[in-house]
Design a binder for this molecule. Structure first.
Ligand code: DX5
Ligand code: ZN
Length: 217
């Protein structure tokens, strides 16, 4: 089953609670939360305080994407705030295995994220411990960027690794997922589709999510 995870990066933060209730009502499966520190990525966004506020308005899975340096330092704070899944960028983790263990020991699911140019070999010795692998379809930092097509071959390669090893690891795609690209992305073997601007940039979230579901059915 394919899951749709609206990224609140493109929501109206002046009415964030309403925006989250609206996408939940519109059929969202997960809520994707982009945490940026102004160091690993140029932009600065959300901290544990906002995740805590989001937790109060929805029971949906909170998928917290850490685009921050030294993510291990903040795992417990995001778990306490109500994250159900934390993904960390492999480029920020000298000790990826340790950080993944920390997330699991805190009692939630753990995933690794790979930038467009980061090879799959970066998780070769860690994939057995991962609940999810997220591939960036754009360079992280901003919503509304164009999908990088080479990522589709990367999904296919990752899918074969997961199949060969007989794992249940989910594949998530983040960045550039829109009405135009979602079908091809989904068909390449993605389980969880993150979409920010292509959902929050429309007037009718239910209609948009419904059209996504038809395209990936
Ligand atoms: C990018 C973020 C994404 C972003 C996706 O750095 O990690 O989650 O919100 O935005 P769209 O769907 O607009 O490409
Ligand atoms: Zn993200």
């Amino acid at each position: 089953m394919k899951l749709i995870a609206p990224s609140i990066l493109s929501a109206d933060f002046s009415i964030l609670g309403e925006e989250i209730r609206a996408v939940e009502k519109a059929g969202a499966d997960w809520i994707h939360i982009d945490v940026m520190d102004g160091h690993f990525v140029p932009n600065i966004t959300i901290g544990p305080l906002v995740v805590d506020a989001v937790r109060k308005v929805t029971d949906l899975t909170l998928d917290v994407h850490l685009m921050i340096e030294n993510p291990g330092k903040y795992i417990q704070a995001f778990v306490d705030a109500g994250a159900d899944l934390i993904t960390v960028q492999v480029e920020t983790c000298v000790h990826l295995n340790r950080v993944i263990q920390m997330i699991h020991q805190a009692g939630i699911k753990a995933g690794a994220v790979l930038n467009p140019s980061t090879p799959l070999s970066s998780i070769e010795w860690e994939i057995d411990n991962l609940d999810l692998v997220m591939l960036m379809g754009v360079n992280p930092g901003f919503g509304g960027q164009t999908f990088i097509p080479a990522t589709l071959d990367k999904v296919r390669a990752l899918r074969s690794v997961i199949q060969e090893k007989g794992l249940e690891t989910l594949i998530e795609m983040d960045g550039g997922v829109s009405k135009k690209t979602i079908k091809e992305i989904s068909n390449s073997g993605v389980d969880v589709l993150v979409s920010g601007s292509a959902i929050f940039g429309t007037d009718d979230y239910a209609e948009t999510i419904e059209s996504f579901r038809k395209l990936i059915a």
